[in-house]
Structures are given as structure tokens and as C-alpha cells.
Design a protein around this ligand. Structure first.
Ligand code: DGY
Length: 325
């Protein structure tokens, strides 16, 4: 029996030490010290026994799980910005609030998108591979020729915080910035970013050198870059995705890369979570990363601080700063 009257909080993955230490001081917290991925049964048990659960994008919290979770759970304080792994409708029906951690991973994710833009366009993976193999036979005027970054047309799909942070960086590299999003930016922001809005994604796809996907995954954006739309790209085009894999038809993209119908891709996210299409591997023009766009120690601590602030506000019956619903 416990006499602890503090909120009972279950955290599904290991978080940076300063975050875990603060949580332990504030809440009656269950941590996942060995950082294993929770099974569905473990997730269910954690949800049944807690007032608050702190999941991550690798925990699928669907309507069935919420239905089985009982009445104790009151808040899903997601450790991450994307909430596409949570059935928001079912949470709403059951009176469970959901918060996330937007804002603090914007700059880090934008940096990673730029790293992929430069990496694929300048063929960094091929350079690294040849040095690691010990097979470099010296400088040559025609070896490893990539494309110049300055002057390239970058088309950003989804112009939220991260899209705009990429636009800032791209301008500093001398790129032309274009974007497609449902809502057009205000004229002031467009001017500050020198960004051109395209109402038609199809038209933008056909004109760009590089497409960067920065739209959240929702039913409306599933396969937004469909096989048909990908075919609109120029053969010299490159596709970058640091958002969610489901926004691109990954099989269609893979087929086009293998057939040389587009020039390259830089992917940090995959349609089926950690299972990147195996046929994407070992392609010289493709850089694959293990969803590490927001992986800085500073960012991950700030994400944890947001989670804690959201839980604390919720426990005081105040509106959490990052309330999704
Ligand atoms: C998020 O927070 O949703 C990010 O994808 C994590 O990098």
C-alpha cells in the first residue's frame, strides 16, 4: 500500500537523467531504466495503473487500448511533438487530455534537414564510404561531383515551425525557397523568408530541385507524396523527409530511386516506423538516418521540461501550455 498522494506517472522510455531526476522529485513515477520498447501488455498495464502516462512516438495508443485502460488515466503527456500514434478521437471521448512538446525541437530538426539536403546534394555518404573502405585513390577533377547548393530551388511541403526554420537556413545558403501548405503565411513572414507560396503541390513538385517534407502525419497528409505526385519530380530532384514516413508513398519512392527516376533522397523517417524499406539500403544516392532529427541532449532535456510543465499545470487544474485536446 502506498501513502504517496502525488500523481502517479508512468514513463515508457528512458529520458535524459536531469528529466528523470526532476520527475522523481515531483511525481510518484515509474521509469523504464533499461529503455526497452514497451509491449502492448506493458503499455496497457502502465495506463491502467497511472494518472498520467508519458509515451513516445513508438507507443501506439489506439482506441482499443484506451478502451481497455480503465478510468484512472487522465492525461497522456506525450514526449514529442507528433501525436499521430495516439487516437485523439478516442482519448477525447474518454475525457483524457493530451499534451505534446512543440517548439523545442524545431531548430534541431531543421538542422538535420539541412544536413540531409547538403549531404545528398554533395554526395557526402559516398565520400565517407570511400574513406572508410580505404579505397580512395586521390583527388580527381571529376570525382564525387555533386550539385551546388546555392541557387537550388527548395520546395518545402508543410510550412509550420520546422518548415520555416529550414527556410531561414536555406536562404542563408543562397537557395530559392518555395513552399506549399494549406494555409499561406502572412505577407510579412513570406517576405522575411523570401518564400514563394504554391497553391498547387503538383505544380511545385515539377519545378523543384529539392523537396523537403515537413507536414505532420494526419489522415489528410497520408501519402501526400503519392506515386502519381512523385512522378511529377524532375529526374534531377532530391526528396528529404524529417517529418513522418507516412507522408510519402515509400514503395513508390524506393522504386523511383532504384530506377534512377529521381536523383536521391535523405530520409530520417519511414512509413513503417523503424522498418525502412530494405530496398532503400545500399543505394549510393540515398542517406538514411534512424529518426534522429531532434536528437540533441539540449533538445531532449527541453522536451522533458515541457512534459513536466504540462503535467504540473494539469495537476493544478490549469490549462497546460501544450494542450492538444
Ligand atoms: C516528434 O517529436 O514527433 C519528433 O518526430 C521526434 O523527433
Amino acid at each position: 500500500m502506498t501513502t504517496d498522494s502525488r500523481l502517479r506517472v508512468a514513463v515508457t522510455r528512458r529520458l535524459p537523467d536531469p528529466v528523470q531526476d526532476r520527475m522523481a522529485a515531483l511525481f510518484d513515477v515509474t521509469l523504464n531504466e533499461d529503455d526497452h520498447r514497451f509491449t502492448r501488455a506493458e503499455l496497457l498495464e502502465a495506463m491502467r495503473d497511472s494518472d498520467v502516462i508519458v509515451p513516445t512516438l513508438s507507443d501506439r495508443i489506439d482506441a482499443d487500448l484506451l478502451a481497455e485502460a480503465g478510468d484512472r488515466l487522465k492525461l497522456i503527456a506525450n514526449y514529442g511533438a507528433g501525436v499521430d500514434h495516439i487516437s485523439l478521437g478516442a482519448a477525447h471521448e474518454r475525457g483524457i487530455s493530451v499534451t505534446n512538446t512543440p517548439g523545442v525541437l524545431t531548430e534541431d530538426t531543421a538542422d538535420m534537414a539541412m544536413a540531409l539536403i547538403i549531404g545528398v546534394t554533395r554526395r557526402l555518404a559516398e565520400g565517407v564510404a570511400v574513406m572508410q573502405s580505404g579505397m580512395w585513390d586521390g583527388w580527381s577533377p571529376t570525382a564525387f561531383l555533386g550539385g551546388r547548393i546555392g541557387g537550388r530551388k527548395l520546395g518545402i511541403v508543410g510550412m509550420g515551425r520546422i518548415g520555416q526554420a529550414i527556410a531561414h537556413r536555406a536562404r542563408a545558403f543562397g537557395m530559392e525557397v518555395h513552399y506549399h501548405s494549406r494555409t499561406r503565411l502572412s505577407p510579412d513572414i513570406e517576405q522575411a523568408l523570401s518564400a514563394k507560396w504554391w497553391e498547387s503541390l503538383d505544380w511545385m513538385m515539377g519545378q523543384m530541385d529539392i523537396i523537403s517534407v515537413n507536414a505532420a502525419h494526419t489522415p489528410a497528409t497520408f501519402h501526400l507524396l503519392s506515386a502519381r505526385r512523385l512522378k511529377l519530380l524532375k529526374p534531377s530532384a532530391v526528396v528529404i523527409n524529417t517529418s513522418r514516413g507516412e507522408v510519402i508513398d515509400e514503395n513508390a519512392l524506393t522504386r523511383m530511386l532504384r530506377a534512377g527516376e529521381i536523383a536521391g533522397a535523405g530520409l530520417d523517417v519511414y512509413e513503417h516506423g523503424q522498418e525502412a524499406n530494405p530496398r532503400l539500403r545500399n543505394l549510393p544516392n540515398v542517406m538514411l538516418l534512424p529518426h534522429m532529427g531532434s536528437a540533441t541532449l539540449e533538445g531532449r532535456i527541453e522536451m522533458g521540461e515541457k512534459v513536466i510543465d504540462n503535467i504540473e499545470s494539469f495537476s493544478r487544474d490549469e490549462r497546460p501550455a501544450d494542450l492538444v485536446l
